[in-house]
Write a protein that binds this ligand. Structure first.
Ligand code: DX5
Ligand code: ZN
Length: 237
């Protein structure tokens, strides 16, 4: 299974987004953009103009995670703004099939996210409409929260649903992913890893991405995680 790392700009310096994006450009696979509306989640971040600007100034493909109350209204615009992936929340979408199809029709990959308390099984019949499932490993809204191990059985079940369905559907985890937790996620079947604090909170974000990738690959190969004993790389700020 391939390992894709998607650093979350939520933990980056918002006044220097292009520089922060450049810091992981050669090593990460995607750039995760957390869009929060202060309604679906109690936090407010960035919207369409910032995504459009990032598209012009950042080299990596944009992985937009919409934590907003009305994704049916807004998600297609993120695809049209040039995001390579647009993920909507199952809890928020009133018409997920139509919205996922509209995202794809606009040329982006379509993602469907579920919160820790939301079961994935009710969405099994929608797998033909998605390119990625996102299993939240924290309650959405804030970076820097501790990883929720209780979600790992759902990651395994989601991987089984995908295997039964067939086709290439990516399985993403988001929240509390670091050098210590990424291995458990990989072993449970995740193949796209979002990490905010673990990347942009590190002194060297590029080195942090490499360390995360190695830790995931080591776990898949059955090797013990490097740095597990010393708490991982130094953090800044
Ligand atoms: C949380 C966001 C995450 C967040 C992860 O609601 O969806 O993408 O940036 O941050 P860390 O990696 O710090 O948990
Ligand atoms: Zn996110």
């Amino acid at each position: 299974m391939s390992v894709r790392i998607s650093p979350s700009l939520l933990a980056a310096d918002f006044a220097r987004l292009a520089d922060e994006a450049a810091a992981v450009a050669g090593v990460a696979d995607w750039l995760h953009v957390d869009v929060m509306d202060g309604h679906f989640v109690p936090n407010l971040t960035v919207g369409l103009p910032v995504v459009a600007a990032l598209r012009r100034h950042a080299a990596l493909p944009l992985d937009c995670h919409l934590m907003i109350s009305d994704p049916d209204r807004w998600a297609p615009d993120y695809a049209r703004a040039g995001a390579e992936n647009v993920t909507i929340h199952a809890e928020a979408a009133a018409a997920p099939v139509r919205t996922l199809r509209t995202i794809r029709a606009a040329g982006a990959r379509a993602g469907l996210a579920v919160n820790p308390g939301t079961a994935v099984e009710p969405y099994a019949d929608l797998l033909g409409e998605v390119d990625m499932l996102l299993i939240m490993t924290v309650e959405p809204g804030f970076g820097g929260q501790p990883f929720l191990d209780l979600v790992l059985p759902k990651v395994r079940r989601a991987r089984e649903l995908i295997a039964r369905h067939g086709g290439e559907i990516w399985l993403q985890v988001d929240g509390g992913v670091d050098e210590q937790t990424i291995g458990r996620c990989a072993q449970a079947g995740a193949d796209v890893f979002v990490a905010g604090t673990a990347v942009f909170g590190a002194q060297d974000p590029a080195a942090a991405v490499k360390a995360l990738r190695s830790a995931a690959q080591d776990a898949l190969a059955g090797r013990p995680a490097p740095g597990a004993a010393d708490g991982g790389p130094a953090t800044r700020g």
